[in-house]
Design a protein around this ligand. Structure first.
Ligand SMILES: [Zn+2]
Ligand SMILES: [Zn+2]
Length: 315
């Protein structure tokens, strides 16, 4: 079964995807993402393929409505896997800028191709690194979900930034960048700033913002993409250096929506968030009752102190 069901209390769509077939049997310790093992036939540099266990598919069926209060929709969309490198042991903190810049081009290519499908409203690019955030394979890879609607947090971001724009006639993130205290900043480049925002939800949360107002990743110039590659690696490297381990994180890209009939260019500012699931080397920051039930986060650390720790990790 694979369909969308609407929660009548919150209005949020839930993807019910229970047809998860078993992973093919491979020799012990074989990595299905290494060249020639399972997913990819030959050697590759970067690669994109359809997720073997997709939650959203382009040939989704129309679900039957059993009773009117239960709103359903087809699980239309796309779930893709993006390989960063064919090298099994190479991950973001140690990748060359050139390779990460190529990865950014691959992301742009996916945004362009999938946004041409008029029923796709949001393209969500992300990476889960580490078992703690559900990555079952160690080989560096990211994913994307192409949604037929705006997921709740995206909807919230659009509402907030649009309201701000309507009342102040400026972009909230452009204004936040201008006002950002130095103590929250990790690195300031020609085109980007990285920081532990004063409003961080997770203890080691970091953001990357382009200094220039752009709404889509695809709006960046080649020089900007090159610097973005350096900024992405820099954060991953700071985590690994500070914690002396392959530090788990969720990296999430936020471009503006597509195909909704609305224009986002004036107020939606492209950004990247890193949310590590840990509060220290041996302690998890769990999504407990307050976070899960009320969508309200409690950050048990001071973002300014964390920024200092991360700054000093590489200095
Ligand atoms: Zn591998
Ligand atoms: Zn802006």
């Amino acid at each position: 079964m694979r369909e969308l069901r609407k929660n009548p209390i919150t209005g949020e769509w839930v993807i019910v995807s229970s047809s998860r077939s078993a992973r093919p049997v491979l020799p012990e310790n074989a990595c299905p993402l290494c060249p020639g093992v399972l997913e990819l036939e030959e050697d590759y540099d970067l690669a994109v393929f359809d997720n073997r266990f997709p939650s959203l598919v382009t040939d989704a069926y129309e679900p039957e409505i059993e009773f009117p209060i239960l709103e359903k929709a087809s699980a239309f969309g796309k779930c893709e896997v993006i390989m960063y490198t064919s090298k099994h042991d190479l991950a973001v903190p140690d990748m060359e800028t050139k390779q990460l810049a190529k990865l950014i081009e691959v992301w742009c290519d996916r945004y362009r191709e999938l946004s041409a499908m008029k029923d796709i409203k949001y393209i969500y690019v992300f990476e889960n690194r580490g078992r703690e955030v559900g990555a079952t394979l160690d080989h560096a890879h990211g994913q994307l979900y192409a949604f037929p609607y705006l997921p709740p947090r995206i909807e919230r971001k659009v509402e907030q930034t649009q309201q701000y724009y309507l009342s102040k006639e400026s972009c909230s993130l452009c204004d936040a960048i201008k006002a950002m205290p130095e103590e929250n900043t990790l690195k300031r480049g020609k085109y980007f700033i990285s920081l532990v925002p004063p409003y961080a939800r997770f203890p080691y949360e970091c953001h990357i913002y382009p200094l220039r107002h752009v709404s889509y990743l695809t709006d960046l110039t080649a020089d900007e993409k090159w610097e973005l590659a350096e900024f992405i690696r820099d954060i991953a490297k700071r985590y690994d250096t500070l914690f002396k381990e392959k530090f788990p994180y969720m990296m999430m890209l936020f471009s503006a929506p597509y195909n909704t009939g609305e224009l986002y260019d004036e107020f939606f500012h492209f950004h990247i968030e890193f949310n590590p699931p840990k509060r220290s080397r041996n302690k998890m920051k769990w999504m407990a009752s307050v976070e899960t039930g009320s969508w309200n986060f409690i950050n048990p650390t001071s973002p300014e102190e964390v920024a200092k720790e991360l700054r000093e990790a590489l200095d």
